[in-house]
Design a binder for this molecule. Structure first.
Ligand SMILES: Cc1cc2nc3c(=O)[nH]c(=O)nc-3n(C[C@H](O)[C@H](O)[C@H](O)COP(=O)(O)O)c2cc1C
Length: 170
Protein backbone atom coordinates (compact mmCIF):
# COMPACT_ATOMS: atom_id res chain seq x y z
CA UNK A 1 0.00 0.00 0.00
CA UNK A 2 1.34 3.44 -0.91
CA UNK A 3 1.76 5.73 2.07
CA UNK A 4 1.27 9.49 1.99
CA UNK A 5 2.05 12.13 4.61
CA UNK A 6 -0.58 14.87 4.42
CA UNK A 7 0.60 18.05 6.17
CA UNK A 8 -1.79 20.98 6.41
CA UNK A 9 -2.77 24.09 8.30
CA UNK A 10 -6.13 25.85 8.48
CA UNK A 11 -7.28 28.98 10.27
CA UNK A 12 -10.97 29.22 9.40
CA UNK A 13 -11.58 25.57 8.54
CA UNK A 14 -11.74 25.46 4.73
CA UNK A 15 -8.48 23.60 4.26
CA UNK A 16 -9.58 21.20 6.97
CA UNK A 17 -12.75 20.42 4.98
CA UNK A 18 -10.61 19.75 1.90
CA UNK A 19 -8.25 17.56 3.94
CA UNK A 20 -11.13 15.38 5.12
CA UNK A 21 -12.30 14.90 1.53
CA UNK A 22 -8.78 14.13 0.27
CA UNK A 23 -8.13 11.64 3.06
CA UNK A 24 -11.35 9.76 2.42
CA UNK A 25 -10.88 9.73 -1.35
CA UNK A 26 -7.33 8.41 -1.14
CA UNK A 27 -8.10 5.78 1.45
CA UNK A 28 -10.98 4.54 -0.75
CA UNK A 29 -8.36 4.28 -3.52
CA UNK A 30 -6.16 2.08 -1.32
CA UNK A 31 -3.64 4.59 -0.01
CA UNK A 32 -2.56 4.83 3.60
CA UNK A 33 -2.76 8.52 4.55
CA UNK A 34 -1.28 9.99 7.74
CA UNK A 35 -2.78 13.42 8.37
CA UNK A 36 -0.76 16.01 10.32
CA UNK A 37 -2.03 19.43 11.30
CA UNK A 38 1.18 21.48 11.30
CA UNK A 39 -0.07 23.32 14.40
CA UNK A 40 0.99 20.16 16.27
CA UNK A 41 3.50 18.49 13.94
CA UNK A 42 7.28 18.53 13.93
CA UNK A 43 8.29 19.61 10.39
CA UNK A 44 10.97 16.91 10.41
CA UNK A 45 8.15 14.36 10.37
CA UNK A 46 7.76 15.19 6.65
CA UNK A 47 11.00 13.34 6.05
CA UNK A 48 9.36 10.09 7.21
CA UNK A 49 7.44 10.01 3.92
CA UNK A 50 8.50 9.63 0.29
CA UNK A 51 5.06 10.85 -0.78
CA UNK A 52 3.71 14.13 0.53
CA UNK A 53 0.63 16.28 0.11
CA UNK A 54 1.00 19.78 1.49
CA UNK A 55 -1.99 22.05 2.12
CA UNK A 56 -1.65 25.72 2.99
CA UNK A 57 -4.12 28.59 2.58
CA UNK A 58 -2.87 32.11 1.92
CA UNK A 59 -3.57 34.69 4.61
CA UNK A 60 -2.80 38.32 5.43
CA UNK A 61 -2.30 39.40 1.80
CA UNK A 62 0.24 37.02 0.39
CA UNK A 63 1.38 35.30 3.59
CA UNK A 64 1.46 31.71 4.77
CA UNK A 65 -1.26 30.57 7.14
CA UNK A 66 -0.09 31.21 10.72
CA UNK A 67 0.88 27.64 11.68
CA UNK A 68 2.88 27.24 8.47
CA UNK A 69 4.46 30.61 9.07
CA UNK A 70 5.62 29.43 12.50
CA UNK A 71 7.45 26.42 11.05
CA UNK A 72 8.61 27.91 7.76
CA UNK A 73 12.19 28.48 8.91
CA UNK A 74 12.45 24.80 9.85
CA UNK A 75 10.75 23.76 6.60
CA UNK A 76 13.38 25.68 4.62
CA UNK A 77 16.14 23.67 6.30
CA UNK A 78 14.78 20.26 5.30
CA UNK A 79 16.39 18.21 2.54
CA UNK A 80 13.69 16.93 0.19
CA UNK A 81 15.92 14.81 -2.05
CA UNK A 82 13.96 11.75 -3.16
CA UNK A 83 10.62 13.16 -1.96
CA UNK A 84 7.59 13.64 -4.19
CA UNK A 85 4.98 16.22 -3.20
CA UNK A 86 1.76 17.76 -4.43
CA UNK A 87 0.61 21.11 -3.07
CA UNK A 88 -2.82 22.59 -2.63
CA UNK A 89 -4.17 25.70 -0.99
CA UNK A 90 -7.30 27.65 -0.30
CA UNK A 91 -7.52 31.25 -1.43
CA UNK A 92 -9.83 34.00 -2.55
CA UNK A 93 -9.38 34.99 -6.20
CA UNK A 94 -11.83 37.89 -5.94
CA UNK A 95 -10.75 39.54 -2.70
CA UNK A 96 -7.01 38.89 -3.17
CA UNK A 97 -6.58 38.73 -6.94
CA UNK A 98 -2.95 39.90 -6.82
CA UNK A 99 -1.93 37.37 -4.18
CA UNK A 100 -4.11 34.41 -5.03
CA UNK A 101 -2.61 31.20 -3.58
CA UNK A 102 0.76 32.81 -2.87
CA UNK A 103 1.35 30.29 -0.09
CA UNK A 104 1.39 27.42 -2.60
CA UNK A 105 4.17 29.23 -4.44
CA UNK A 106 6.23 29.92 -1.32
CA UNK A 107 6.12 26.34 -0.06
CA UNK A 108 6.41 24.54 -3.39
CA UNK A 109 9.33 26.63 -4.66
CA UNK A 110 11.20 26.04 -1.42
CA UNK A 111 10.46 22.32 -1.70
CA UNK A 112 11.89 22.20 -5.23
CA UNK A 113 14.95 24.25 -4.26
CA UNK A 114 15.63 21.67 -1.56
CA UNK A 115 15.62 18.79 -4.03
CA UNK A 116 11.99 17.67 -4.08
CA UNK A 117 9.99 16.50 -7.09
CA UNK A 118 6.81 18.50 -7.58
CA UNK A 119 3.67 16.92 -9.00
CA UNK A 120 0.11 18.19 -9.35
CA UNK A 121 0.39 21.41 -11.33
CA UNK A 122 -2.86 22.96 -12.55
CA UNK A 123 -3.88 25.15 -15.45
CA UNK A 124 -4.07 28.86 -14.73
CA UNK A 125 -6.99 29.23 -17.14
CA UNK A 126 -9.32 27.42 -14.76
CA UNK A 127 -9.15 30.45 -12.44
CA UNK A 128 -9.70 34.19 -12.74
CA UNK A 129 -7.07 36.21 -10.84
CA UNK A 130 -4.28 38.68 -11.63
CA UNK A 131 -1.11 37.42 -10.01
CA UNK A 132 0.33 34.76 -7.74
CA UNK A 133 3.69 33.53 -6.47
CA UNK A 134 2.31 30.08 -7.35
CA UNK A 135 2.36 30.89 -11.07
CA UNK A 136 4.88 29.25 -13.35
CA UNK A 137 4.13 30.30 -16.92
CA UNK A 138 0.55 29.37 -17.59
CA UNK A 139 0.46 26.84 -14.77
CA UNK A 140 -0.08 26.98 -11.03
CA UNK A 141 2.32 24.95 -8.92
CA UNK A 142 -0.56 23.28 -7.12
CA UNK A 143 -4.31 22.98 -6.75
CA UNK A 144 -6.21 26.10 -5.83
CA UNK A 145 -9.50 25.85 -3.94
CA UNK A 146 -11.61 28.97 -3.69
CA UNK A 147 -14.22 28.15 -1.05
CA UNK A 148 -15.00 31.85 -0.71
CA UNK A 149 -16.30 32.27 -4.27
CA UNK A 150 -16.57 28.86 -5.96
CA UNK A 151 -17.23 26.32 -3.25
CA UNK A 152 -19.43 24.28 -5.59
CA UNK A 153 -16.40 23.54 -7.80
CA UNK A 154 -14.02 22.39 -5.08
CA UNK A 155 -14.87 18.69 -4.88
CA UNK A 156 -14.65 18.20 -8.65
CA UNK A 157 -11.35 20.08 -8.71
CA UNK A 158 -9.98 17.86 -5.95
CA UNK A 159 -11.09 14.66 -7.70
CA UNK A 160 -9.48 15.68 -11.01
CA UNK A 161 -6.25 16.65 -9.24
CA UNK A 162 -6.16 13.50 -7.09
CA UNK A 163 -6.67 11.29 -10.15
CA UNK A 164 -3.74 13.06 -11.76
CA UNK A 165 -1.32 12.78 -8.81
CA UNK A 166 -2.21 9.28 -7.58
CA UNK A 167 -0.24 7.48 -10.24
CA UNK A 168 2.82 9.64 -9.59
CA UNK A 169 3.27 8.52 -6.01
CA UNK A 170 5.72 5.71 -5.33
C1 LIG B 1 -7.56 38.79 6.23
C2 LIG B 1 -7.54 37.78 5.10
C3 LIG B 1 -6.48 37.77 4.22
C4 LIG B 1 -6.45 36.87 3.14
N1 LIG B 1 -5.42 36.94 2.24
C5 LIG B 1 -5.47 36.13 1.13
C6 LIG B 1 -4.47 36.24 0.12
O1 LIG B 1 -3.54 37.05 0.18
N2 LIG B 1 -4.56 35.41 -0.95
C7 LIG B 1 -5.58 34.50 -1.10
O2 LIG B 1 -5.60 33.78 -2.09
N3 LIG B 1 -6.53 34.38 -0.14
C8 LIG B 1 -6.51 35.17 0.96
N4 LIG B 1 -7.49 35.06 1.92
C9 LIG B 1 -8.56 34.06 1.74
C10 LIG B 1 -8.30 32.76 2.51
O3 LIG B 1 -7.14 32.10 2.02
C11 LIG B 1 -9.48 31.82 2.33
O4 LIG B 1 -10.58 32.34 3.03
C12 LIG B 1 -9.22 30.39 2.74
O5 LIG B 1 -10.30 29.58 2.35
C13 LIG B 1 -8.93 30.23 4.21
O6 LIG B 1 -8.53 28.92 4.46
P1 LIG B 1 -8.66 28.24 5.90
O7 LIG B 1 -10.15 28.33 6.26
O8 LIG B 1 -8.23 26.84 5.75
O9 LIG B 1 -7.83 29.02 6.86
C14 LIG B 1 -7.52 35.94 2.99
C15 LIG B 1 -8.56 35.96 3.91
C16 LIG B 1 -8.59 36.87 4.94
C17 LIG B 1 -9.78 36.86 5.88
Amino acid sequence: MKKIGLFWGSTSGNTEIAVEFIEEYLSDEGFEVDSHNVADADPEAMLNYDNLIIGCPTWNIGELQDDWDSIFMDFEQLNFDGKTAAFFGCGDAVGYADNFLDAIGMLSKTFMEKGGKLIGRCKRDDYDFRDSIALDGDELLGLGLDYDNEEEKCEDQMVAWLKNIMSEFK
